[in-house]
Design a binder for this molecule. Structure first.
Ligand SMILES: Cc1cc2nc3c(=O)[nH]c(=O)nc-3n(C[C@H](O)[C@H](O)[C@H](O)COP(=O)(O)OP(=O)(O)OC[C@H]3O[C@@H](n4cnc5c(N)ncnc54)[C@H](O)[C@@H]3O)c2cc1C
Length: 303
């Protein structure tokens, strides 16, 4: 493939070909990436994106892989894993603190910093795996609080490799939604605003949010909630009432603890997860007339 050698020449050190993606997702599922790129600098991220546009090669963004389903046949083109873009800096402006974080930084890392410093605002993120980029893409959150609430501005790289700055007022955030990714853009970094508080108060709110997770499966491979909550209703409750708990296709199982989680109980395939998703959606629809929308992203789906 000529594009592969051209990309190798352009961005030498951080590429591999045919690498399995299962180890890069929390479900532990996924075939190989035709090319896996792990950019270390913003310039590399820009170069990969403009390269893929010029060559007509698809590009996929992968952060912590905690909200995605990667197909069994893998992903064509370039999969960009952002984990090495993980710089953090901050400006202390008295009562307000502005954290600048690259998109591959783990939410857990900025939360740990905020607890240590006594900065308030991010406590809801306790127990949410994944990166800032993935969390902004889907506006991750819990109990009505989401990462978008803290955003001051976001830097994006478009598919021509150009950097775009977006102020909060120009970004649309809603429940598990942002418009940041429209037009194939990658989130490069974000500026988040936290408030000065004290470490004990912040730590106590973190404990509260961790405690709220006790009804979720632990120590098993999942991608978090499979479906979004429909208006005013709980997807987990609808799935439970439709008798979905314990349903199984291959090694993919609906958690007995929380019906909105699918577990990979062994060697589940993406196709097993896909079948369970369809079956659960049908059951809930036939019982209630509600069509559940997936929260997890199926990479490669829009090919
Ligand atoms: C046990 C568990 C609990 C969870 N609890 C919650 C919860 O309470 N609330 C919640 O909202 N979520 C929850 N999740 C889901 C998930 O952790 C979050 O959505 C997380 O923010 C996803 O981040 P990620 O880096 O893993 O994204 P990925 O899974 O890697 O990607 C998710 C999407 O974002 C895109 N993306 C990733 N990085 C970028 C980037 N730099 N630029 C553009 N697009 C990008 C990907 O292409 C994909 O479409 C949970 C998951 C697990 C496994």
């Amino acid at each position: 493939m000529r594009w592969r050698s051209r990309l190798s020449r352009a961005i030498t050190p951080h590429l591999s070909f045919g690498s399995p993606l299962e180890g890069l997702t929390t479900l532990g599922i996924g075939g190989p990436a035709e090319c896996l790129a792990r950019p270390v600098t913003l310039s590399e991220l820009k170069a990969i994106l403009s390269f893929s546009l010029e060559e007509g090669v698809p590009a996929w963004l992968l952060g912590g892989g905690s909200n995605v389903l990667v197909p069994d046949e893998g992903l064509p083109g370039v999969t960009i894993q952002t984990g090495s873009l993980n710089g953090i800096s901050w400006e202390d402006k008295g009562e307000e603190i502005f954290i600048k974080t690259e998109s591959g930084t783990l939410l857990a890392s900025i939360l740990a910093l905020a607890i240590r410093k006594g900065w308030e605002g991010l406590e809801f993120a306790a127990g949410i795996p994944g990166t800032v980029g993935g969390a902004l893409h889907g506006n991750a959150g819990v109990e009505g609080i989401s990462l978008g609430d803290l955003v001051h501005s976001v830097s994006l790289v478009d598919n021509r490799g150009m950097l775009i700055e977006k102020a909060r007022k120009d970004i649309s955030f809603a429940y598990r939604f942002s418009d940041l990714h429209t037009g194939n853009r990658a989130i490069a970094s974000a500026r988040l605003m936290l408030k000065r508080s004290d470490p004990e108060k912040v730590a106590s709110r973190v404990r509260y949010f961790l405690d709220r997770r006790k009804n979720q499966p632990k120590g098993v491979k999942t991608a978090g909630c499979v479906f979004k909550n429909p208006d005013g209703q709980s997807a987990g409750k609808l799935l439970d009432e439709a008798g979905c708990k314990g349903m199984r296709v291959g090694d993919a199982v609906i958690s007995m603890k929380h019906a909105n989680f699918i577990e990979n109980a062994g060697k589940a395939k993406a196709s097993d997860i896909g079948s369970l998703i369809s079956e659960c959606r049908d059951r809930v629809f036939h019982r209630t007339g509600i069509t559940l929308e997936t929260e997890i992203r199926i990479l490669g789906d829009d090919l």
